[in-house]
Ligand binder design. Structure first.
Ligand SMILES: Cc1ncc(C[n+]2csc(CCOP(=O)(O)OP(=O)(O)O)c2C)c(N)n1
Ligand SMILES: [Mg+2]
Length: 592
């Protein structure tokens, strides 16, 4: 085997990423990228990297997005040149907006071939535009000139996690995708060249060097104004802790990761619209990215409300020019003797609980009220059995489905919420529960949901696999708790958009993931828009609702996923409580 500078560089580069603490790589096959692919396969063999192979680059990138969402560490995404690289854009854009780290390695032909009509060659530098935090176009490794992998990897890793402000790039750099465009020339793979020149750059930092960005000084908020804390997508537990510490009501969306605790106001939509509640708010402190209601943006737009936005991983919301943006906030702890302040928060919390109970009661099928009937009272016993059966067989509404999924999920599980109606339905009624919830709310696309969720399942359920000799790599996630089931609540079109994500090739890890599909035959979210009333019904259905009658059982079977269809609440609860050990689809027909 001839020595290959490509192989030498690729091997050094992926090893350096492993040393820096990168644990997962997702690759799609291709010729130009073969040196990277083979180097990753070897690292996987050594137990130093978890490798996932996806035929579709769009899914590879969403899988990497899911892995990083869950683990907080960037995964590598590796593709060949041409349209392969272009397929990464949706996940890169989502990662950019939600502040999820990702390291994209696109293989390329030499720069001199751009614009010459050369096969599979395009302008890959700049492909991701403003959506990457940093980018390098790296010339092909040659026997006497191997790019400095240490410098490159350290640069990419630092930019992906949002290096400390001021240290690299522009101030306020946030975590997100980074693009290394790696040119390669023949021989595209081969033996490692032992005598190849060593990089002159500074050595890569120690193992596990991917660091948390440093937090800067917190903004102190004075007490006094009637304040609410708003936790949008990915706000995280910090929002909850802050609300609790300051003693302020917490309006936490269902994808915030902060929807729990004594200050939670789950039924915030009704209350924000009420003059005695929303009408009296003087200040809002916003964590994360609120996207699920009309009421929160309306509050933040009001000029009698001061808006303080706390920077999180994602793009900060800037509803108004006078928004105060802070890296962190503090406030004096709640003063339990301040009756006015306690009344303010208590009023929200109690009203919310009342409203939520009503909403739940509206939907609960009357539990059998009939007495069980004494021994020998056959009529009474029969009535009881009939009532109980009716409850179990009661048809499943959207609300019942959303609540059932919420109730079935526990802190060791993961819950992923697709865009569209069901996440909103859940947001309207879910009571507090401390658990990890993920949703791609950076841009709220219906694309890539299956793949993102698989990434989340892979990262939460995995540890670095033992090396061939059984030894474990130090870079493993063994210190972290392994998760239970990843449940995904999504609509039928959202599933069908990412059918390709169902494809887990032979030998790929098959995580414990349950896709719970509310199948209403199309995009019913559009039914609630004004256009549903103004457009002609046939045209509306054709171009917005977009009906589908896909046989989901056959689809699941084709991809080797278990499938079950449930129509009654009893079956729904049991299917959710005991999901299969591998990937499965739980189909729940819903009325339009
Ligand atoms: C990539 C992308 N394309 C289009 C949209 C617009 N869109 C939002 S919801 C939706 C329909 C979703 O249908 P389904 O998943 O069945 O959910 P339902 O509304 O029926 O609950 C579409 C097309 C989007 N958000 N993202
Ligand atoms: Mg639908």
């Amino acid at each position: 085997m001839t020595a290959s500078a490509a192989a030498t560089f690729a091997t050094r580069l992926v090893r350096t990423f492993a040393d820096l603490g990168v644990e997962h790589a997702v690759l799609s096959p291709g010729s130009r990228s073969q040196a990277l692919a083979l180097a990753l396969a070897e690292l996987e063999q050594q137990g130093r990297m978890m490798l996932h192979v996806r035929i579709d680059e769009r899914d590879a990138a969403f899988t990497a997005l899911g892995i990083a969402r869950e683990s907080g560490r960037p995964a590598l995404v590796v593709t060949t040149s041409g349209t392969a690289a272009a397929n990464l854009l949706p996940a890169v854009v989502e990662a950019s907006h939600s502040g999820v780290p990702m390291i994209v390695l696109t293989a390329d032909r030499p720069a001199a071939l751009r614009g010459t009509g050369s096969n599979q060659t395009t302008w890959q530098p700049g492909l991701f535009g403003r959506f990457v935090r940093a980018e390098r176009d790296v010339p092909a490794p040659l026997p006497d000139a191997i790019p400095d992998e240490q410098e490159l990897a350290a640069f990419a890793a630092a930019a992906a996690v949002g290096a400390p402000r001021g240290s690299i790039g522009s101030p306020g750099l946030q975590a997100g995708p980074v693009h290394l465009n790696l040119q390669f020339v023949e021989p595209l793979s081969g033996a490692l060249a032992d005598d190849a020149p060593q990089p002159q750059g500074k050595a890569a930092t120690a193992p596990g060097a991917i660091a948390e960005p440093r937090a800067s000084a917190a903004l102190q908020l004075e007490r006094g104004p009637r304040t609410v804390v708003i936790a949008g997508a990915d706000a995280g537990e910090a929002a909850n802790e802050f609300a609790l510490h300051a003693g302020w009501p917490l309006i936490a969306e269902v994808s915030s990761g902060a929807r729990f605790g004594p200050n939670l106001v789950a039924a915030y939509r009704e209350l924000l619209g009420h003059p005695e509640f929303g009408g009296r708010v003087e200040r809002a402190v916003v964590f994360g990215h609120p996207t699920l209601s009309r009421q929160v943006p309306a509050l933040l737009a009001r000029d009698d409300v001061t808006v303080v936005v706390v920077r999180g991983p994602g793009e900060p919301v800037l509803p108004r020019a006078d928004t105060v943006v802070a890296d962190a906030v503090t406030a004096d702890p709640e003063d339990r003797s301040d009756r006015a302040a306690r009344a303010w928060t208590g009023q929200w919390v109690f009203a919310s609980r009342e409203l939520l109970e009503q909403a739940g009661a509206d939907d609960d099928v009357a539990a059998p009220l009939v007495e069980r009937g004494a021994a020998g009272d056959y009529e009474g016993q029969r009535a009881f059995a009939r009532a109980e059966l009716a409850a179990l067989r009661a048809p499943i509404t959207r609300r019942a489905l959303a609540l059932a999924v919420w109730r079935a999920s526990w802190p060791h599980d993961r819950l992923v919420l697709g865009a569209s109606r069901l996440i909103r339905e859940l947001d309207a009624v879910a009571p507090g529960k401390r658990m990890r919830v993920h949703a791609n709310r950076g841009l709220a696309g219906i694309d890539g949901t299956v793949s993102t969720a698989i990434g989340i399942a892979l990262a939460s359920q995995s540890a670095v696999r033992p090396a061939v000799d059984g030894a474990r790599s130090g870079a493993g996630v063994s210190g972290r708790e392994r998760a239970g089931t990843t449940r995904v609540l999504l609509g039928d079109l959202t599933l069908l958009h990412d059918v390709g994500g169902l494809l887990l090739g032979a030998g790929e890890v098959r995580p414990r993931i349950q896709l719970i599909v509310g199948n209403d035959g199309g995009g019913t979210i559009f039914d609630s828009l004004e256009v549903a009333a103004t457009a002609g019904p046939a045209a509306f259905d054709r171009v917005l609702f977009t009906p589908q009658q896909t046989d989901l059982a056959a689809l699941a079977a084709a991809y080797g996923w278990e499938h079950r269809r449930v129509t009654g609440r009893g079956d729904l609860d049991s299917a959710l409580a005991s999901p299969p050990a591998g990937p499965s689809v739980l189909e729940v027909p819903l009325e339009r």
